[in-house]
Structure formats: C-alpha cells, structure tokens
Design a protein around this ligand. Structure first.
Ligand code: SAH
Ligand code: SF4
Length: 342
C-alpha cells in the first residue's frame, strides 16, 4: 500500500518518480496529470478524461488533491479582489488578486498569521497559527485562476506570513508554479517579500529559480527598526545588508526595498538621509508606501512629508516610486490581511 501524497506540493520530478516508481506507470502520465491540474485547473481525478477509468479510480488512494477553498470574496472599487480561503483543517487565510486586464497579480500567503509581530501590520498584530504547506501556497494561485477563468501573470509572496520562516514550502510552491510542465509561470513574474530573515535570503540566492526579492525595510537604523519590527533584534541591519550584498554578488539582481511611510515615526528628512547612505552603491529600488492605518498607534504620513522624503532620495539617485495602495476599502491593501470575521 503506497502512502498518500499531497498532489499540489509535488514538483514535476516528484510526480514522475512516484508515478513511474510506486505506481509503475509510463512517464507521460505525469505530463497529463500536471496539465489537468496546472493548465486546466481540474482538481478531481475523476474528471481527467484522457486517463483510463481504472487509473482515475486508483489515483485518489495515492494522492490528495485539495486546493484551498474560496469561501468568501470581496471586490474593491479599484478592481482588487480579496478571497477568504479555507484549508482542509478548517484554518483560514486571505489572498488578494489585482486584475488590470492584461496585467494581473496574485498576492499569496505563506503562513496562517505571522509570528513576527511588526507593530504596524494587521497580520502581525493578529498572531500566528501555522505554516502553510507547499500545496496550500501554490493552491491559492490556482484557486484564484480557476475563479477568474483566465491566467494570472504574476505571483507575489506578500500576503499573510513571513515566507522565509517557511522557506522549504515556499520554494517548493515556486517550483510547482514555475515548472515548464506545471504552471510555467516565469521566474521574473514571481517575487518574494521578506522582513529580513538572513538564512532565507541565502537560501534564495542558491535557489534554481531566479525569482525577484523584496525586503520590507521600513527604517534606516537598528534602534527604530527594532522598535517597528522585532525581527531586527535577531537579524540586525548590518547582517541583513551583508546578506543582501552577497545575494547580489551571486545573482546580479536588483533588490526592491519596501518603505512604509508612518507619520512622524520613520518619515523625517534625517530618516531619508540615513536611508540613502544605507542603500548607496547597491542596486536598490525603493517602494515608498503610504501607511495603511490598521492600528490607532500610527497614522499615514502627509503628502508634504512624503514629497520631501522622496526629494532626498532623488537627490542621492536612489531609484524609487510612491506606490499607491490598492484595495484599502476592503482591507486588502499591504498589511491589512487578517482573518477577522469568521
Ligand atoms: N512578511 C513579509 C511578507 C508580507 S508582505 C514581509 O513583511 O515582507 C506585506 C508588505 O506590507 C510588507 O512590506 C509589509 O511591511 C507591508 N505592510 C505591513 N503593514 C502595512 C501597513 N499597515 N501599511 C502598508 N504596508 C504594510
Ligand atoms: Fe509578518 Fe511581514 Fe506583517 Fe511583519 S510585515 S508581521 S513580517 S507579515
């Protein structure tokens, strides 16, 4: 009796190994099954009509195939959609879809909640339950594509959770989404965002799929960063910047830095000067993000302060843009994900 595999967690190589080994099937069966799942979004073996009836009946004994189930959908005025998804153990997560016609992006979660407790983030404030499996991560993307009825072009790991506290499963999900015989999503269309977990950055620099990397920086010195992001006490700015420089040496990649503008907390001219000297000489791109209020403690920086901050970045030739929020009216913008009402 073979053991049951979680179908959505498998890479193409693993499909092949299991089907040709344990089940003694020809190789092309892996191609067929992956095509049903990743191209046609069919999640029931019984519907895979180019497999023999006998095989269709046999597969459920060896594989479970349960993508997260969409149980609620909210649509924002700007076209952003937020999905509440239920997992097989009853836990719930949120995923977001930004659909602008030919350009669409799925924002996917890597954990149920997040243990890192950044003081400005709704996910962090709500606490942590568990890591997601690779199948639950890749499955969010597939469930949204099925719902949308067309391909989504980009995947960003910017939903709930810290991807590099769940690195193995996140990388396995990336293999499934990017595999040529799987979903075949281009590596340049996948971005991972981290709060600055050094071992995860090193793992990513050695990973075979050259996805993009974003770092949630939010403060240019250790004292302020540790206050906003407790993870900084474990991985200081110096160790973070060292790891990022090594990552760049290995991959030649530019790094995006997220910097959320919180009124009179991290948005002064001094903060901007410090930020420019921290990033000087790096291939850095800064996303300046007006804060989405999720706690009474903090407010969004005013336009004038954001302008002044950016003017300093411009003066020192730090490339940047101000990223306008999407989906704030349905709590789907950055840092607003939290499962609250069910
Ligand atoms: N844990 C990872 C992935 C989550 S990405 C990380 O922190 O990078 C979510 C992004 O939204 C991060 O850049 C996070 O810092 C940012 N964010 C969190 N709370 C926010 C808020 N209230 N307003 C704007 N951005 C926020
Ligand atoms: Fe976790 Fe990222 Fe939110 Fe911090 S910003 S609490 S690391 S999800």
């Amino acid at each position: 009796m073979s053991k049951t595999h979680d179908a959505l967690s498998l890479s193409y190589e693993e499909w092949n190994r299991i089907l040709t080994g344990e089940l003694e099937l020809p190789r092309y069966r892996a191609d067929q099954i992956c095509q049903w799942i990743y191209q046609k979004k069919v999640f029931d073996f019984a519907e895979m009509t180019n497999l023999s009836k006998e095989l269709r009946e046999k597969l459920p004994a060896s594989f479970t195939l349960f993508p997260p189930m969409i149980i609620k959908e909210q649509a924002s005025k700007d076209g952003t959609r937020k999905f509440l998804m239920q997992l097989t153990d009853g836990e719930k997560i949120e995923s977001v879809l930004m659909d602008h016609g030919s350009h669409s992006t799925a924002c996917i979660s890597s954990q149920v909640g997040c243990p890192l407790g950044c003081s400005f983030c709704a996910t962090g404030i709500a606490g942590f339950v568990r890591n997601l499996t690779a199948g639950e991560i890749a499955g969010q993307f597939l469930a949204m594509e099925k719902r949308l009825g067309k391909d989504i072009n980009n995947a960003v790991f910017m939903g709930m959770g810290e991807p590099f506290l769940n690195t193995d499963n996140v990388l396995a999900a990336i293999l499934a989404l990017s595999g040529p015989k799987m979903r075949n999503l281009g590596a340049r269309h996948i971005a991972v965002s981290t709060s600055g977990i050094v071992p995860g950055i090193i793992d990513l620099s050695n990973f075979e799929v050259p996805v993009r990397l974003s770092v949630s920086l939010h403060a240019p010195n250790d004292a302020l960063r540790s206050k906003l992001m407790p993870v900084n006490r474990k991985h200081s700015l110096e160790s973070l910047m060292d790891a990022l420089r090594k990552y760049q040496e290995r991959t030649g990649e530019r790094i995006t830095f997220e910097y959320v503008m919180i009124d009179k907390v991290n948005d002064s001219a001094d903060n901007a000067y410090e930020l420019t000297s921290l990033l000087q000489g790096m291939g850095a791109y800064v996303n300046v993000i007006p804060y989405n209020p999720v706690t009474e403690k903090y407010a969004r920086s005013g336009e004038a302060r954001i302008k002044e901050f950016c003017a300093i970045l411009t003066k020192y030739r730090i490339e940047h843009e101000i990223r306008r929020e999407k989906g704030a009216d349905i709590d789907a913008a950055c840092g607003q994900l939290r499962v609250k009402d069910v």
